[in-house]
Design a protein around this ligand. Structure first.
Ligand code: GDP
Length: 762
């Protein structure tokens, strides 16, 4: 791919990424103007757990996540002015500002209050390059808001994040945004939630007016009509009229509300036995008379049990419907004590917390965001990091209140805290008060297991780690001068602690530092952060695809190493067999086995030496030096003379492995991505034609409104800079997401071309 195309693509994606961070900047800009009553809320640092909501917002790009978040922060009192997402300057402002302050652009959580509840809004990035960040964020959330463009319904990225939320059993509320658009379509959106997300939408509001005349909503639970009447240009929507629906209202609206309310009561009663009983016993002659509070409680139970998802509508840009959305977050999404974590039972009153984000601040060093599951976190105390098996001292404890980090002495379960002083903690680590408390929790977990309680099988006193996907792209990175090499290494170490999906290794042949990441955008952002946050202008080599290698058939061989080092003679003979394993999964790893005789004859030390030799050969395949996948090795014989060192055994095994792998016929495996694309009908054929040239295989094309949803698999090597190309062929009328599907064997012709290219013959 040409360098320029890549840079254009990167700039565009970087812009989108920065927009995500912009809300935080807006908060910083306006915080100093906070009204006093809001500031005083900061005093309540440890609210009652029933008043905490840890939530995330998930959305497809452009659905209105940024705008909705800004409105939430504004109405809750944490920002003074409403921002305009379409004002491009702010992104530039933001970067300049950040550069000056020398701090990181990312933020993990914003804390604000709404109706005496503490809302911790945890950032969930939408781009697929950040799947790991999404996964990480979802683990610390208790609930989520899914924002949709009401004219588009469910789009590809939301589908991906929704599936992840489902995996973590996170209750959700849906917000149909952009109801002011002429093409906004309530029933289509509801249907797409039902069909695409396989969820059960529970409609709680009916829009009043449509398109430009959308003025508000009728709350079906209370029969209140909420109308936003702009009094002047630039009205911020802070005040709105709320009055009961009555006979002066339009008959069509009255009828629509009556029907929708009856349908709602019936639907919720079907899903909730308690409401069904109440209706049959107390309101059998008139279901409609059921008190709204009873209905609300039933909707809450249904939401928490994930039997249904409340659906609300509004227009964030036009400042309509956001306050009821905040009310719904408080009313329907769970507080931390309503979520079930085994660890809470095992740790009881002892501290158990998860580090879900690490940031580096020039002045304060690493800042670690913790979600506290049980016990109390106290400043100025030592804590035990189970994953690193280390004791660390936490100097300060802060609440991430907008940008003003408020220092507090302690923090209780259910909250999100920002800690200073944890120097070794990496994203994903579990923090407890001491080794002894981890041991006590382990004993309780073990007891659960032996008494066969249903949680017992998963007994582990560490919060299960997030699966780190394999990086698919890599490129070399070089400092401007050798003098900067150490600074670059420090920067990369810090960045890796923040982001476990970033891998850094040193090429054994060239000695160059190599960055491995999840996508083009991921690597470009790392590059940009090194420049901006660490002041190092690095040079990136061309982006390359992370291929793998495997073998085609079985091969046995033997090798003897006879070497004299100093006075000592080392003689060892190894006989082994390599062969292909099952390649069906992306994670098909390489195995190692010993024959029974060898197993009985080798000491633990020598077995380790053999294993080292085999595993080091798995790191570099014989064809192009890519890691091996799907290979099994059987050690058939190891014979050595007395005095031979384990290091020589390892060396002999490696040499023998290389011989055997060459005999077994090399095969390059390439990463194949699953592609999900939304495209309008008009451009579908050009997209399909282009995909065919990229060795793409289309598996399904689904109709949706006037768009198509295309599902395909495509080799990653063909997708460099695809974003820019797709924009050109569809005039910007398509969006897509890519995720690693599998590694597939390349055909002989393509493999030969690749081999020639890699050896510089093409
Ligand atoms: P994000 O990518 O999900 O964060 O979406 P943004 O909040 O950046 O919004 C994307 C675009 O949609 C911007 O041009 C917004 O001005 C626009 N937008 C957001 N909310 C609404 C809305 O309620 N109505 C309309 N018509 N446009 C909106």
């Amino acid at each position: 791919m040409c360098d320029r195309t890549f840079r254009t693509f990167s700039r565009m994606m970087l812009g989108r990424y920065l927009k995500r961070c912009r809300v935080i900047y807006q908060v910083r800009r306006h915080y100093s103007f906070l009204p006093d009553d809001v500031k005083s809320l900061r005093a309540v640092v440890n609210p009652d757990v029933s008043k905490i909501r840890n939530i995330g917002i998930m959305a497809h790009i452009d659905a209105g996540k940024t705008t909705t978040t800004e409105r939430m922060l504004y109405y809750s009192g944490y920002t003074r002015a409403l921002g305009d997402v379409d004002d491009g300057d702010t992104v530039t402002d933001f970067m300049a500002q950040e550069r000056e302050r020398g701090i990181t652009i990312q933020s993990a959580a914003v804390t604000f209050d709404w109706r005496s509840h503490r809302i911790n809004l945890i950032d969930t990035p939408g781009h697929v390059d950040f799947t790991l960040e999404v996964e990480r964020a979802l683990r610390v959330l208790d609930g989520a808001v899914a924002v949709f463009d009401a004219s588009a319904g469910v789009e590809a990225q939301t589908l991906t994040v929704w599936r992840q939320a489902e995996k973590h059993h996170i209750p959700c509320v849906c917000f149909l945004n952009k109801m002011d658009k002429p093409k906004a379509d309530l029933s289509f959106s509801i249907e797409s939630i039902r069909q695409k997300l396989k969820a059960n939408p529970v409609l709680l509001q009916i829009p009043v007016g449509s398109g430009r005349n959308f003025t508000g909503v009728v709350d079906l639970l209370t029969n209140q009509k909420l109308i936003w009447k702009p009094r002047s240009i630039g009205d911020d929507g802070r005040t709105f009229e709320s009055k009961p629906l009555d006979h002066s209202d339009e008959p069509e609206l009255l009828q629509e509300v009556n029907e929708a309310r009856a349908a709602l009561i019936e639907q919720v009663a079907d899903l909730d036995d308690e409401l069904a009983d109440l209706l049959l016993t107390d309101f059998s002659d008139n279901f409609d008379a059921v008190p709204s509070i009873k209905l609300q409680e039933a909707v809450r139970r249904v939401t928490l049990a994930r039997k249904g998802v409340p659906v609300l509508c509004g227009s964030s840009l036009r400042n309509k419907g956001v306050q009821p959305l905040l009310d719904a977050i408080v009313a329907y999404l769970p507080n931390p004590s309503e979520r079930h974590h085994d660890l809470v039972r095992w740790y009881k009153e002892d501290l158990c917390a998860l580090a879900f984000k690490v940031l580096h601040d020039k002045q304060r060093g690493p800042l670690v965001f913790l979600r506290i599951y049980s016990g109390t976190l106290k400043a100025q105390t030592a804590v035990h990091n189970i994953n690193r098996n280390s004791i660390e001292r936490m100097s300060r404890l802060l609440v991430p209140f907008a940008d003003q980090h408020v220092e507090i002495p302690s923090m209780t379960a259910g909250n999100i805290a920002l800690t200073v002083g944890l120097k070794q903690t990496v994203t994903g680590d579990t923090i407890v008060s001491s080794k002894a408390s981890a041991a006590a929790a382990a004993r309780r977990a073990h007891k659960d297991k032996s008494t066969g309680t249903k949680h017992g099988e998963h007994a582990s006193v560490v919060l299960s780690g997030v699966e780190v996907p394999e990086p698919v792209f890599f490129c070399t990175i070089e400092p401007p001068t050798m003098a900067k090499q150490t600074d670059l290494e420090n920067a990369l170490n810090n960045l890796q602690r923040e982001d476990p999906s970033l891998k850094v290794r040193v090429d054994p042949d060239s000695g160059q530092t190599v960055l491995c990441g999840m996508g083009e955008l991921h690597i470009e952002i790392i590059h940009d952060r090194i420049r901006r946050e660490y002041g190092i202008e690095t040079h990136l080599g061309p982006l390359q695809v992370a291929y793998r290698e495997t073998v085609l058939h079985e091969a046995s061989t033997t090798d003897t190493l006879d070497r004299t080092v100093g006075e000592r003679r080392h003689v060892v003979t190894v006989e082994l067999q390599v062969g292909p394993a099952d390649l069906s999964s992306t994670t098909a790893s390489c195995d190692l086995a010993f024959t029974k005789e060898v197993e009985g004859q080798l000491s633990k030390e020598l077995k380790d030496a053999v294993e080292n030799g085999v595993h080091s050969s798995y790191l570099q395949g014989p064809l192009l030096g890519y890691p091996l996948q799907g290979v099994t090795t059987l050690i058939q014989n190891v014979n050595m003379e007395q005095g031979t060192s384990p290091a020589m055994v390892s060396a002999c095994v490696s040499r023998c492995m290389l011989k055997a792998l060459r005999l077994a016929g090399g095969q390059v495996l390439e990463p194949v991505m699953s592609l999900e694309m939304t495209v309008d009908e008009e451009h579908l054929s050009s997209v399909l034609g282009d995909l065919a040239q990229r060795r793409g295989t289309v598996s399904d094309i689904q109709g949706r409104h006037d768009h198509k949803l295309l599902l395909a698999t495509v080799p990653l090597a063909e997708m460099m800079g695809y974003s820019t190309i797709l924009r050109t062929i569809t005039s910007g009328n398509a969006t897509f997401s890519l995720a690693l599907d599998t590694y597939e064997a390349m055909n002989l012709q393509d493999q030969n071309i690749l081999l020639k290219r890699m050896s510089g013959l093409l």
